[in-house]
Design a protein around this ligand. Structure first.
Ligand code: 6LW
Length: 524
């Protein structure tokens, strides 16, 4: 047996849904306002994971324009039956007051790499849909239901309805099968069948520090579901100083040699701030003679910092190079855009060979057409850098390097134009909509400008260079806690991202050419 350290996926990889088909493991995670929708990963040794073709990468299939931050794609669910892959996901259009407009969709494919079918609309009674394939061939959808009535529990429990693939839709009555426990905020329902019992695995307690995994079982799919005698089976609640926090939202898989694993989300906060967002971890699962399951060795239900798996052959995944030089035909899958495809956002690898050209889009505070290309921050000890050619002619023209959480929280080292300083570099920081800026520092009109961000824990130091050798500090040390789930106003479901961007707030059609993008972690 080998031991694998948690979390297995660092950075913003929340709401994991795990599936095994033969010797292949596939994992789907939420992407919210980021595009493409749903991140799909593949492994054969449970330790090394490669990002594969995203299932929702076509603007005609996924339109997130105008979507609020931390809305969009929530909690995908992956399953497989009779040669077909089934992927469910929610698009959360609104999350205001007690109203959430949560629309659930299903797409299918005979190959995990696609092509995927056009989305089938399911329902909008709540979020976290998942599909259960019963051994009589029937398919059942479960999802949490939202109760918008002010005098009722907003997390209204778990509902069940049959899905007919022939009719490409839900059929028959809606059954309320589980109210949830006193832990509350019942979500993330997944159904499993084992030794004659139906098991419901849910997330409860809310996705903050009270998060946990709840288990209930029944002899019939319609319930009533009896709650696990030692519920919850996993939680970091009350153990503030424990390295792995916010454990919850579990998904089970049985390995080829009939061991069971539970994938779940968690975070590793710094002083209580989850800058990297919610990550994916794994726990070993053991069944007891009374037909319940639990996590062996989990003192006080705490998530273990490592899990054991059989010595599977190593699945070698090529580590991305430190320097992405944009010489290739496609953008690496690590890069995401906001709400629309790179092409729709005016991001091109072909307009200038060997560069990525980003046409000036709307401001970083917008929900529409932003020229921003970013990847997940996966460590708090790393250096990010880029080289950019840009000719701003107005203060409305900006381009540069950004550490970004959402439209209300980012730190941006930008090249722009100032009436006094001319072409210059400066920093714009937005902290829950409060903006601060540094004095512009002049740089030469011609030639590339090199920008760098050094992150060391919660400290972010930008610097710049005009020759790529000598770097000058730019502005003060900035606070990365501003870019955390806990600090941002409203929902903080994503995580810190680092990237390159360009804005044209005057409509002159300006663009910027980025020669390369460096991402170097000091720790693995
Ligand atoms: C997701 C829900 C949750 O839909 O957070 O932590 C929501 N659990 O299950 C958004 O990630």
């Amino acid at each position: 047996m080998k031991k694998i350290k948690n979390p297995i996926l660092r950075g913003f990889y929340p709401d994991p849904s795990i599936l095994r088909v033969g010797s292949d493991y596939y994992l789907a995670t939420s992407t919210f306002e980021w595009f493409p929708g749903v991140t799909l990963l593949h492994s054969r040794d449970l330790e090394n994971w490669e990002t594969i073709e995203p299932p929702l990468s076509d603007d005609s299939v996924l339109d997130l324009r105008g979507i609020d931050t931390s809305c969009g794609i929530w909690a995908p669910n992956l399953s497989y039956s009779n040669g077909i892959y089934y992927l469910l996901y929610t698009i959360v259009y609104t999350d205001r007051s007690r109203f959430k407009d949560t629309h659930n969709f299903l797409i299918t494919a005979s190959d995990i790499h696609g092509p995927w079918s056009k989305p089938v609309y399911l329902n909008c009674s709540g979020f976290d849909p998942s599909l259960f394939h019963d051994d009589d061939g029937k398919m059942w959808l479960v999802n949490m239901t939202i109760d918008q009535r002010a005098y009722r529990k907003r997390f209204g429990g778990v509902v069940l309805q049959e899905y007919s693939h022939e009719k490409r839709g839900l059929t028959g009555p809606v059954y309320k099968v589980f109210e949830g426990t006193q832990l509350g905020k019942t979500e993330g329902p997944n159904l499993y069948k084992h030794n004659g019992f139906y098991y419901l695995l849910c997330a409860e307690g809310g996705t903050e520090f009270g998060h946990c995994c709840t288990v209930a079982r029944s002899k019939t799919i319609f319930g009533p579901y009896e709650v696990h005698p030692q519920n919850p089976i996993l939680s970091s609640k009350g153990a503030e100083n424990y390295p792995i926090q916010r454990a919850g939202h579990g998904s089970l898989v049985e390995t080829e040699d009939h061991r069971w694993l539970m994938f779940h989300l968690c975070s590793r906060p710094l002083d209580g701030y989850s800058i990297l967002g919610r990550e994916t971890a794994v726990q070993n699962i053991e069944w007891t003679n009374d037909g319940w399951f639990y996590i062996p060795g989990a003192e006080n239900k705490l998530p273990l910092t490592e899990f054991k798996v059989p010595d599977l052959p190593v699945f070698s995944v090529q580590d991305p190079p430190v320097r992405e030089d944009f010489d290739g035909p496609k953008l690496p899958r690590a890069f995401l855009t906001l709400r629309e495809s790179a092409q729709s956002c005016g991001i091109s690898l072909t307009e200038r060979k060997g560069y990525v050209r980003i046409r000036g889009g709307n401001s970083l505070c917008s929900k529409y057409r932003q020229g921003l290309l970013a990847r997940r921050l996966q460590s708090l000890h790393c250096t990010i850098g880029t080289s950019v050619e840009f000719t701003p002619r107005s203060f409305h023209h900006m381009a540069g390097l950004v550490c970004y959480y959402n439209y209300d929280n980012y730190h941006y080292a930008k090249i722009s134009y100032d009436e006094t300083a001319g072409k210059s570099v400066s920093i714009t920081s937005v902290d829950n909509r409060t903006i601060t800026e540094t004095e512009p520092v002049p740089v030469p009109e011609d030639g590339p400008v090199y920008l760098r961000a050094a992150i060391d824990g919660a400290a972010l130091q930008f610097s710049y260079s005009v020759d790529g050798e000598q770097y000058q500090k730019l502005g003060p040390v900035l606070n990365m806690r501003v870019l955390s789930d806990e600090h941002v106003d409203g929902n903080g479901f994503t995580g810190a991202m680092v990237g390159i961007c360009c804005q044209d707030l005057r409509g002159d059609g300006v663009f910027s050419d980025f020669d390369w993008f460096d991402y170097q972690q000091a720790d693995s």
